[in-house]
Ligand binder design. Structure first.
Ligand code: GDP
Ligand code: IMO
Ligand code: MG
Length: 431
């Protein structure tokens, strides 16, 4: 029987999913992205080179790994071509990549609308990546969207495009934005179809075949993080998909029965890029120190990330929602050198102690974190190869996270490079 591993972000994104996926992808037969699009920015580093991926799965560096962009994603084909060009320029030319025929397509007007909708919110921006992800998912659910497989049938594509443009051009005109010419769009997308066409397949069939093959290792790479989930996140300051293990069955076209090993990627502290409540956010010199040491600037937009202490209320919540079996505790090296470190175990809301996030952002914004404070450690841990080499105070921090979240730490990451990874969980060592 195959082995499966789901890698998901458990905070507000940018937890290090790209790094973790790449580490396991070296041994995986298949890596599948199943939600989100090029709003993601996943960094991978090995042999002294750093790579940034947006919609292409992080298994792309291993020629033996089949990379799949599955049906739950919103795929911007122009952006895929740019990403592939960038990879080619960096010497990555030998890879396997397939795109689902059922994946929703991000069209040029989606990013224009993303920006316009933000501007219409007055001062209350979501702070989206402006990649058109929300408008593309909206069109999917409004059933006016185009899908990648449409590109393979020119007449059908023309029909769908005309229907979409009839509606979208009207909307664009109302918003004072430039409209799109049918012929120009049609011709460009037929060119794209020539390039990407051979990669557009029924990926569910591909994944299911692998699932049924003995000894195949299949990795599902989440994008964003659970607190950005459209259902369970800090709505409306969220993305427009569900970055959970729960999305894998629908987003990859497989049975939920296959999901049995979920790795929740969490920074040893927290970050958030974009707007929205963030209970453990820091505004002092510690935030500055962590931001500079962790290079906490957005991979996609370059925006400085907001920084805060590890939030176990969030960790317990996301673990409950996504069935997290182990944490991958990331950027642990960044905490070295601090006198004291803190973990938020509960919130105080209007004088009451609560242990799970409230549903509204108005309440969440009023939550005050309740912390436990622990001794920090001074040692540089970026070169350690095993858990035993950690300073005692760092070990105590790891054990405290396990205790307050009731989930074991299976992976510790002490630097951006593939080699700076310590696997603790026996099950994960075997993957
Ligand atoms: P993702 O979106 O979850 O894949 O995360 P990003 O790639 O957007 O952001 C994580 C950042 O942290 C990237 O710049 C990584 O290279 C870097 N990184 C990942 N793990 C570690 C780590 O353990 N230590 C340090 N110092 N940096 C790390
Ligand atoms: P990865 O996969 C961090 C945030 C945006 C914004 C909100 C909505 O790299 O972890 P969207 O463009 O999705 O409509 O923006 O979600 N956001 C992310 N933040 N990491 C990401 O992806 C993100 N993808 C979206 O900043 O607040
Ligand atoms: Mg990122």
């Amino acid at each position: 029987m195959s082995e499966r591993l789901v890698v998901i972000g458990s905070q507000w994104g940018d937890e290090g999913k790209g790094k973790v996926t790449d580490y396991f992808a070296c041994r995986a037969d298949m890596v599948v992205r199943y939600q989100g699009g090029n709003n993601a920015g996943h960094s991978v580093m090995f042999n002294g080179h750093k790579y940034s991926l947006q919609s292409i799965p992080s298994g792309i560096f291993n020629p033996n790994t089949v990379n799949v962009m599955a049906n739950g994603m919103v795929v911007n084909p122009e952006s895929v071509l740019v990403e592939l060009d960038r990879l080619h320029a960096q010497g990555i030319t030998d890879y396997q990549l397939y795109i689902s025929d059922r994946a929703a397509m991000v069209m040029p007007w989606h990013s224009a609308l993303d920006g316009a909708y933000e501007n219409l919110k007055g001062g209350k921006l979501i702070g989206t990546t402006k990649k058109g992800i929300g408008p593309a998912y909206s069109d999917k659910y409004s059933r006016v969207g185009l899908r990648m497989g449409d590109l393979l049938e020119p007449e059908y594509f023309a029909e769908r495009l005309q229907a979409a443009l009839d509606q979208k051009n009207m909307e664009l005109k109302m918003l004072g934005l430039p409209t799109y010419d049918f012929k120009e769009v049609y011709d460009r997308y037929m060119e794209i179809a020539k390039i990407l066409g051979p990669r557009i397949v029924d990926t569910s069939a591909l994944i299911n075949k692998a699932l049924r093959t003995p000894d195949k290792k299949i990795l599902f790479e989440g994008a964003q993080g659970m607190m950005l989930c459209i259902d369970h996140g800090t709505y409306p300051f969220v993305t427009s998909s569900t970055p959970s293990s729960a999305s894998v069955p629908v987003g990859a076209g497989i049975s939920p029965k296959w999901i049995n090993n979920v790795l929740g990627v969490a920074k040893a502290y927290c970050t958030r890029v974009g707007e929205g409540p963030f209970p453990t956010e820091l505004h002092d010199h510690i935030a500055h120190e962590i931001r500079e040491r962790g290079h906490e600037y957005g991979t996609v937009t370059g925006r400085p990330r907001r920084v805060g202490w590890f939030d176990a209320v969030v960790a317990r919540y996301t673990s409950r929602l996504a069935g997290i079996d182990n944490w991958a505790l990331m950027l642990f090296d960044v905490l070295s050198g601090l006198d004291k470190v803190k973990i938020c175990t509960h919130y105080e809301l209007d004088g009451e102690i609560i242990d799970t996030p409230p549903s509204t952002i108005s309440k969440l914004a009023r939550c005050k974190p309740v912390y436990i404070e622990m001794d920090g450690w001074k040692e540089d841990i970026s070169g350690i190869k095993s858990y035993d080499e950690l300073p005692e105070a760092a070990k105590a921090y790891v054990r405290k996270i396990e205790e307050v979240t009731e989930v074991p730490v299976g992976v510790i990451s002490v630097g951006p490079d593939r080699t700076q990874t310590v696997i603790i969980s026996e099950k994960l060592k075997e993957f």
